[in-house]
Design a protein around this ligand. Structure first.
Ligand SMILES: Nc1ncnc2c1ncn2[C@@H]1O[C@H](COP(=O)(O)OP(=O)(O)O)[C@@H](O)[C@H]1O
Ligand SMILES: [Mg+2]
Length: 262
């Protein structure tokens, strides 16, 4: 269970003092998959990439997803980000049945609520790192000096302060990955979906990115869903979900929560 959700009343409060108002913490899942299936192709090429998956993720949880290659991990993220539609079942994000939205509404929904960290997803090679980070802002409104300052700060958080004015095509793969991460964070999304975010990074940079995701979940209540091959990376999260052949095979607490700490 997510930290702080179980027992919000602080012990040891002196009698007769007025309690501080309890911070409202929603128990409603922010991501809700009900019997979600995805089938590609038909006849001889038919692939059941996901089979009747039920998954409920509360706000602020950091969930890692592992499973063998081809087990449906990327399919799951594509469905939750509404880049693809399920063959069957229902997906609700932050109370919205995303199957009920048309394409334009989905585009806005995705841009405003979801930070996607997919490999080099839509980075524009001719723009510099800062302008790539600012893309989600540019699509919403005119960029202000505050936005530029925030973009530089987020680039600093991912260790790219000194690459802020480099064009993307002048960056290494790992640096591009970090630009994509900074861009996913710029609008402080409710939800971050990451497919192998540390896959191209050296281990020190990878660790700092995991710390940044953890901190974002902890400080802002952002929900994080991260696909990874790396068990150590997975343990940066609160919960580990295992997929095999398109089915949920395991679901357990990891990290401090699993050790009985929270
Ligand atoms: N666009 C597609 N068309 C046909 N089959 C696909 C497509 N995308 C994925 N698949 C198949 O669906 C299964 C799950 O794929 P994927 O979700 O990418 O797995 P993972 O990310 O766990 O490696 C695989 O068998 C894959 O070949
Ligand atoms: Mg994949």
């Amino acid at each position: 269970m997510h930290r702080g959700m179980e027992n919000p009343v602080q012990p040891g409060r002196p009698r007769g003092t007025v309690p501080a108002p309890l911070r409202y913490v929603s128990r409603r899942p922010v991501i809700d998959l009900e019997r979600v299936s995805k089938t590609y192709g038909d006849g001889a090429t038919r692939v059941e990439a996901l089979v009747a998956v039920d998954l409920h993720i509360p706000a602020g949880q950091f969930v890692s997803i592992m499973g063998p290659s081809g087990s449906g991990k990327s399919t799951l993220l594509n469905l939750v980000s509404a880049l693809d539609v399920p063959s069957d079942g229902r997906i609700t994000i932050d109370g919205q049945d995303i199957g009920a939205l048309d394409d334009d509404a989905l585009t806005l929904f995705r841009r405003r609520k979801i930070g996607l960290i997919f490999q080099f997803f839509n980075l524009l090679p001719t723009l510099n790192a800062t302008d790539n980070v600012l893309l989600p802002v540019m699509l919403e409104r005119a960029v202000t000096p505050d936005d530029r300052a925030r973009a530089l700060a987020v680039l600093g958080d991912v260790g790219l302060a000194r690459r802020a004015h480099h064009r993307v095509h002048e960056l290494s793969g790992g640096e591009m990955q970090r630009v994509a991460i900074a861009r996913a964070l710029i609008l402080e999304p409710r939800l971050i979906l990451a497919d192998e975010p540390t896959g191209n990074l050296d281990s020190a940079t990878g660790r700092s990115i995991l710390e940044l995701l953890k901190k974002t979940a902890r400080d802002h209540g952002t929900t994080v869903v991260m696909v990874t091959h790396d068990r150590t990376a997975a343990e940066a999260g609160d919960r580990l979900v295992l997929l095999r052949d398109g089915r949920l095979e395991g679901d357990q607490a990891v990290g401090p929560a699993a050790a009985g700490g929270a």
